[in-house]
Design a protein around this ligand. Structure first.
Ligand code: PLP
Length: 389
C-alpha cells in the first residue's frame, strides 16, 4: 500500500530547513527580516578554488571518478589529517571522498548500524544526527549536557547513556550549536567510555578551521585510531556549501563498509568539485584565515551585544560561527517561544535551541556568518522588543 516506511515515523522534517521556508514566505509578504539562522558562510568561495573547477570542466574532467574519490584528493586529505590532526590513515583504503560531510555521516550510520543498535549523541547536538540514525533503523540516545557547566562532556554523562545496545558515540567539535570545543579532559572521557564498551567513535570536525583564541583542535582518531571515523568537509572552512564535498577517514574495515553505501547510492562526489577540493587543501589556507579573522570581529560584536540584552547571557563560542545564548532570564524562558517572539516582534530570525534536542531548552542559536551591519541591526531590534515587554 501507499505509505512511508515505518522507520520514517520518528524522523521530523529538518527544523532548520522548515525555518528557511518560513523566512522566504515572510519576505515574499514584504516583512523586513534579519536572518541569523543561516548555517553557512556568507563569503563566496575563494577564487583559486573556483578557477580550479572551471579549468577542470573546460579540460573535460566531466566523467565519474573512482567511487572512493580521486587519488590526488585522497592523498591531500591523508596528508592534511597527519599534519593538522596527528591522524594516520591510508590514502589508498582509509579515505572515502563523499558528496558532503552530511553524506559521509549518512553512509557511516547506514553501513554500521542494525535495527536495535543505539547511538549516543550529546544533546544539544546538530539536528541531523538523530534523524540519520533513525533513517538507518537504529535508535538515537541523547546524553544530556548541563548548560550550567557550559555543556561540558563528562564521563558520567555519556556513561549514563550507554547500554548493551550502544554501538556508536558521536562527537562534534567545534560544536554546532554550542560553539564548544572538546578539551583534553572531555576527550579523555570520550576515549575512556569508548574503550570500556568497545564503541565506534564518529567525530564530526566540519568546523575545525573556524576557531578562536588559539583553542587547539583535538581529534579522537589520533588516540583511538582503530575505532574512530573522522568526518570533515569543505562547506564551512572554505565557504563551499553549494559544492557538496566532504569525506570520512579511518580504519580500512569501517571505510570499506561506508564505501558500499556510496557505491550503490551516489557512486562518487562530482569530479570537478574534487579537483577544486584538492586546490582548497593545497592553496587556500590564507583565504580561510581571512574569513576567520572576519568571524572573530563579528563574534566579539555579537557576544558583547547579547550580554547587554536584559535577561540574556552568552558565553563566547570557542569555535564555529554560532552564538548560543541562554535566554531564561528574559521572562520567555523557552527557546522555541523566544525565537517565535523575536521573529514576530523584532523580525530577527534565529534557530530555537530545542531544535537541537532537550539540552537546548532555554537557548537559541544565532549565526554570525552575517555582516556586522546585520548583527548590529539584529541586536537593536532584539533590545527594543525585550525592553518593551
Ligand atoms: N555537521 C555539522 C555539525 C553541520 O553543522 C553541518 C552543516 O550544517 C554538516 C555536518 C554538513 O556539512 P555538509 O555541507 O558538508 O554536508
Amino acid at each position: 500500500a501507499k505509505r512511508a516506511a515505518r522507520r520514517l515515523a520518528s524522523v521530523e522534517r529538518s527544523a532548520t530547513v522548515a525555518l528557511l521556508d518560513r523566512v522566504q514566505q515572510l519576505r515574499a509578504q514584504g516583512r523586513s527580516l534579519v536572518d541569523l539562522s543561516r548555517g553557512e558562510p556568507d563569503f563566496v568561495t575563494p577564487q583559486e578554488i573556483t578557477e580550479a573547477a572551471v579549468a577542470a570542466l573546460r579540460s573535460g574532467r566531466t566523467h565519474y571518478s573512482p567511487s572512493r574519490g580521486l587519488p590526488e584528493l585522497r592523498e591531500a586529505i591523508a596528508a592534511k589529517l597527519l599534519a593538522d590532526n596527528d591522524v594516520v590513515v591510508s590514502a589508498a583504503d582509509g579515505v572515502l571522498v563523499t558528496p558532503s560531510a552530511k553524506h559521509a555521516l549518512y553512509a557511516a550510520f547506514t553501513s554500521l548500524l542494525d535495527p536495535g543498535d543505539e547511538v549516543v549523541i550529546p544533546s544539544p547536538g546538530w539536528v541531523s544526527y538523530a534523524a540519520m540514525v533513525s533513517l538507518a533503523g537504529a535508535t538515537p540516545v541523547p546524553a544530556l549536557l548541563d548548560p550550567a557547566t557550559g555543556f561540558r562532556i563528562t564521563e558520567a554523562v555519556i556513561e549514563a547513556a550507554v547500554t548493551p545496545g550502544t554501538r556508536i558515540l558521536l562527537v562534534n567539535s567545534p560544536n554546532n550549536p554550542t560553539g564548544r570545543m572538546l578539551d583534553a579532559a572531555e576527550l579523555e572521557a570520550v576515549l575512556t567510555v569508548a574503550r570500556r564498551h568497545d564503541l565506534v567513535v564518529i567525530s564530526d570536525e566540519i568546523y575545525e578551521h573556524i576557531r578562536y583564541d588559539g583553542h587547539p583542535h583535538l581529534s579522537p582518531a589520533a588516540y583511538l585510531r582503530e575505532n574512530t571515523l573522522t568526518v570533515n568537509g569543505f562547506s564551512k572552512g572554505y565557504a563551499m556549501t553549494g559544492w557538496r564535498l566532504g569525506y570520512l577517514a579511518g580504519p580500512a574495515d569501517l571505510v570499506a563498509a561506508a564505501r558500499k553505501v556510496q557505491e550503490h547510492s551516489v557512486s562518487c562526489a562530482a569530479t570537478f568539485t574534487q579537483i577544486a577540493g584538492t586546490t582548497a587543501l593545497e592553496d587556500s589556507q590564507p583565504a580561510v584565515e581571512e574569513m576567520v579573522s572576519a568571524y572573530t570581529a563579528r563574534r566579539a560584536l555579537l557576544v558583547e551585544g547579547l550580554n547587554f540584552l536584559p535577561g540574556v547571557t552568552c558565553a563566547a563560542p570557542e569555535g564555529s560561527f554560532y552564538a548560543f545564548p541562554d535566554i531564561s532570564g528574559t521572562g520567555v524562558p523557552d527557546g522555541s517561544e523566544f525565537a517565535e517572539w523575536m521573529l514576530d516582534d523584532a523580525g530577527v530570525v534565529m534557530t530555537p535551541g530545542p531544535a537541537f534536542g532537550a539540552g537546548g531548552r532555554t537557548h537559541v542559536r544565532l549565526s554570525f556568518a552575517a555582516s556586522e551591519q546585520e548583527l548590529t541591526d539584529a541586536l537593536e531590534r532584539m533590545d527594543k522588543a525585550l525592553r518593551s515587554r
